[in-house]
Design a protein around this ligand. Structure first.
Ligand SMILES: Nc1ncnc2c1ncn2[C@@H]1O[C@H](COP(=O)(O)OP(=O)(O)OP(=O)(O)O)[C@@H](O)[C@H]1O
Length: 281
């Protein structure tokens, strides 16, 4: 196993690594979602889709223990999430937040080394092995050349890749990514999707949110559609992600495109009336 490779997801194969049962999520005085159940097994990728504000980030933060559950339960490797000591939990569960910026001008390498914190003793400094893991994580995302650059002096997309490299360096069993491709160009979107599949191939459980059903269809094993804080559908990505469900999910028109070879369909948002190129000319 290479330095930045993650350990295999622990537990009995096929049993849930992360499981939510009848979860209520939200903020003090504000219930955002309820009745949310999901289970995530090592080696699989689950995509979470839903309109802006439906509660995806809130659900992710509750699964991570960053927000308290307002009902129901979250179990990590069969143990109640709240019962996990923080440092232990950080060795198992990694988070790639949405568009996070740093106040300090850390270099990309320093940022990725922060992913090693959970593996270090109190007051211990990263050693040669930690640096090797961090360098390899950068290389796997194709951004080794950014190692010594300040995270203030790289693009938003490059910063996103650095955050994913930080999660890789953490060598977790499960990783939760919030819109990991949101600020990435076309090529880097493909790179991140490839990295997500590679994590699953190593036995990690991966959950990511996205606004792109095509990415979800091509990258995820399973998909969960969420609307107004409730699960609308959940199942194999190829079955759940289809035009009718997307219309219901987003309340919008959906065009389906099939290539001549009969591969996976692609979905496009149908332009609203008056928004066609002809109307713009
Ligand atoms: N700190 C907060 N306190 C109170 N309400 C919040 C807080 N953060 C988010 N919300 C509200 O919770 C709801 C769900 O927000 P959330 O960020 O989970 O949605 P989302 O599905 O991730 O949206 P997007 O796709 O736009 O990122 C929204 O109505 C939002 O305004």
């Amino acid at each position: 196993m290479s330095a930045a490779s993650a350990p295999k997801g622990e537990g009995v194969p096929g049993t849930a690594l992360l499981e939510a049962t009848d979860l209520g999520v939200g903020y003090p005085g504000r219930l955002v979602g309820s009745g949310l159940s999901l289970s995530l097994t090592g080696g699989e990728v689950l995509a979470l889709l839903g309109p802006n504000g439906c509660g995806k980030t809130t659900l992710l933060k509750t699964l991570l223990g960053l927000l308290p559950a307002l009902g129901g339960a979250v179990q990590l490797q069969g143990r109640t999430l709240a019962a996990w000591p923080l440092a232990e939990r950080a060795r198992v569960l990694a988070y790639v937040p949405q568009g996070q910026t740093s106040t300090f001008g850390f270099t990309a390498l320093e940022m990725v080394l922060m992913g090693r914190t959970a593996h270090l003793g109190l007051l211990a400094r990263p050693g040669a092995k930690d640096r090797a893991v961090a360098h390899e994580a950068l290389a796997r995302l194709g951004i080794a050349h950014l190692a010594v650059r300040s995270v203030h002096e790289i693009s938003g997309g490059e910063r996103q890749l650095v955050l994913i490299a930080r999660a890789l360096a953490q060598q977790p069993h499960a990783v939760l990514l919030d819109e990991p491709t949101a600020s990435l160009d076309f090529g880097n979107q493909g790179l991140v999707m490839h990295a997500i599949r590679a994590l699953a191939a190593q036995g990690l459980a991966v959950l990511f949110t996205t606004h792109d059903p095509n990415q979800a269809l091509r990258c995820a094993d399973r998909a969960m559609l969420m609307r107004e804080g409730r699960v609308m559908a959940e199942g194999a990505a190829g079955q759940v992600i289809e035009a009718g469900a997307l219309r219901a999910l987003y309340g919008a028109g959906v065009l389906t495109v099939h290539d001549a070879a009969g591969g996976l369909p692609a979905f496009l948002p149908e332009p609203a009336p008056g928004a066609s190129p002809a109307a713009n000319s």
